[in-house]
Design a protein around this ligand. Structure first.
Ligand SMILES: [Zn+2]
Length: 273
């Protein structure tokens, strides 16, 4: 089994070589880094058949969540502008869509359909700047995720920043801003500066550490069907809040718990045999 990363290259702060090296060191597995997933699987964008890239662009446009409160999205035909934006993102290395939530299940299904049966022994991890969500029945709304587990696993750099809940002061500050005559960007910048040690920011160098944790979760899931750990300082902890994410991935106490340390040690020993 190999671990294969597919890097869209849309997040400058994510150091993919360091991510690959650390995953190799911890797991002992052979790790490869390839280009953006769709291009890798379908040939470079310029080698797409015209109808094929059109279909994939249309698919992404259709996978946009337009009503975050409704499980079933309204039946609609995406606009030509939306389809063209998706096409540009696919054809331009390093580009991604910003500020749009996609149906993560649909996107994972599309990418999964491009993986041949023979490739499924390997652990495939696509890295994207797209924000991916699933509908949660408990509070009846769509939620963004840091990582979607499955074939392929998908780590979302936008999700690492936006999915886990930010500190309460962040939301209080935002709410207060609406009552003050201060531009939203100014308040946002001030809050980000003030709370930087308690939440990940866009282009945050700590994104690499956080992505390493997601990749280890993906490997554990691939091999055992169990990705997450209950120990709040373990790299496999499923953080719901930014402060939990930073504690489990980027703080001095972040480390594999004894159980998962043993799990990865066994993997390394098996790989060395
Ligand atoms: Zn653990």
């Amino acid at each position: 089994m190999r671990v294969i990363f597919y890097d869209e290259g849309s997040c400058d702060a994510l150091r993919v070589d360091e991510l690959a090296e650390e995953v190799q060191r911890v797991s002992g597995l052979v790790v490869e880094v390839r280009g953006e997933f769709v291009s890798e699987k379908r040939g470079t964008p310029y080698q797409f058949r015209t109808d094929e890239i059109g279909m994939v662009s249309l698919f992404f446009a259709k996978a946009r969540v337009v009503d975050p409160l409704s499980r079933v999205q309204p039946e609609r035909e995406p606009t030509p502008v939306e389809v063209a934006a998706e096409r540009r993102a696919l054809e331009t290395p390093g580009r991604t869509s910003v500020g749009i939530l996609y149906d993560g299940g649909a996107v994972q299904c599309l990418l999964g359909s491009m993986l041949p049966e023979s490739a499924l022994d390997d652990c495939h991890i696509a890295i994207t700047g797209r924000l991916l969500g699933t509908y949660m029945a408990d509070d009846r709304r769509w939620h963004a995720h840091t990582v979607l587990l499955g074939e392929p696993n998908i780590i979302s750099t936008a999700g690492l920043v936006q999915a886990p809940a930010r500190p309460r002061e962040y939301y209080q500050g935002q709410a207060m801003a609406t009552t003050r005559l201060v531009p939203r960007e100014v308040v946002e910048a001030e809050l980000q500066r003030r709370l930087a040690n308690r939440m990940l920011l866009p282009d945050d160098p700590r994104l690499t550490q956080a992505a390493i944790g997601c990749a280890l979760q993906a490997i554990a899931f691939h091999l055992t069907g169990e990705a997450f750990c209950e120990v709040p300082t373990c790299r496999l902890y499923n953080a719901r809040r930014q402060e939990e994410l930073i504690r489990s991935q980027c703080s001095p106490e972040a480390a594999l718990c004894p159980k998962h340390e043993a799990f990865f040690r066994q993997l390394r020993e098996a790989a060395n045999e």
